[in-house]
Design a protein around this ligand. Sequence first.
Ligand code: HEM
Length: 451
Amino acid sequence: MKSPTAPGRWPVLGHAPALITRRLQFLSSLSSLSSVGEVVRIRLGPIPAYVVTSPAAVQKLLVPGDRDYDRGRLMAKASVWFGDSLLTSHGPSHEQQRRSLRSAFTSEQVDSHVRHVQDSARTLVKSWTPGEMLAMDELMKDLALTNTAQSLFSTSLTTGSLESIRLHMPALFKSVIFRTILPSGLERMPTFGNFRFRKAMRSLDDAVAAIIAARRAESGDKHGDLLDSLLAAQDDQGNMLPDKQIRDHVMTMLVAGSESTAAVLSWALYEIFRDPDLARRVREEVGALPADQAFTAADVLALTCVNNVISETLRRYPVPFIMRRSLKPVRLGEIELPAGAEIVYSPYLLHHDPRWFPDPLRFDPDRWSSERHGSVPKGAYLPFGAGAHVCIGKRMALAGLATALAVICSHWQLEPVAGQRIREVATGTVHPNRMPMIPRRLPADEWERAA
Ligand code: HEM
């Protein structure tokens, strides 16, 4: 059976204008076409691509493993920057990498990440003064990047290397997604943007290489961080990973671990504090945590209201789309696709389908209460993907998010600035165009307990 074509196709450009100018509305509008087929055809200029709209077909795409698919044209291009890592590989090479990195994501690593997040979030909230205007989206980017870097490098993260990562990573975040879409020739042109991007890449490479070299030169003391695990990791033949591959994994973790976490934190704070009743419920819950003790992942993952807020934020503001490419003819739902077909699955589309999430634009953390959330079918909620490529940092991300929210909400009442229109901007994540907020003091008794 042939897949239906999405409406709104332009001559020559196909659906590229819709994907560039109103990506999120376009993607969520495709869920209404699911009655005509589980796979909808779109055109990216001359190239056809197939958007999978039904949870069952997305499960079929992701879950049997990835012998039939590679990562598609976006990741093929991103491998120029991220090298050979989990984000860009597929099949047996990916399976081997996944096995060798398992030791970097143990419960001890997650607990250690929680401690880093608790410390840096505390330092951050103590630097705020009541009534000042905060650019919360920028602060959350910095917090998420610092936390990921600390969990990767712990004590080897000197002030200089952290500064270099903080300075150059935003240029990478900003343009990497557009660069994967642009024709390759444009990247070699002598423009300011290309110059800045290349400089950022070089500086990040130098900072990461210096940290790896310094760690290798040490006498073998253990730091208990992700870099220790990467340096100790072995491939299936028992060989240690070469420096180039460790660099590729480190860059991947810095990018994959920070940008999405920052966006989710900003949106969660925005949603909590524009609903006074929700803010009160969250504060009551986090107020019961022992503020003077180090949290564990188990402590923060047991916070029902906070974790429902996180689940709902991940539903409402998820990764916009992810690609695969068929390596042989495949069948998804009713549709046969040829080898080489570019396939799109979109957590944004799935999470805004009113069949599973009534009134999908409404932020409602109680959708995730134990009585209600059983009705969501498999494949309809995929904030961390599924199958062979399910997010390796999922538990670390969830525990880190809950920790940061617990620390921030137990110290301050945040006030969204009136009259500012906050828009969703889709790049590799859905992030806010801006997020100005004003911290206000908590009632005295709560402030004393938190301090
Ligand atoms: C809220 C935070 C996060 C979100 C929403 C998120 C989302 C995702 C999604 C949707 C995928 C699947 C991609 C696919 O199907 O191709 C993924 C994969 C991945 N994520 Fe995350 N992620 C988050 C945090 C993290 C963190 C903290 C790390 C590491 C420190 C991380 C590292 C990775 C890596 C390496 C992959 C590729 C896994 C593979 O292909 O085997 N992510 N993430």
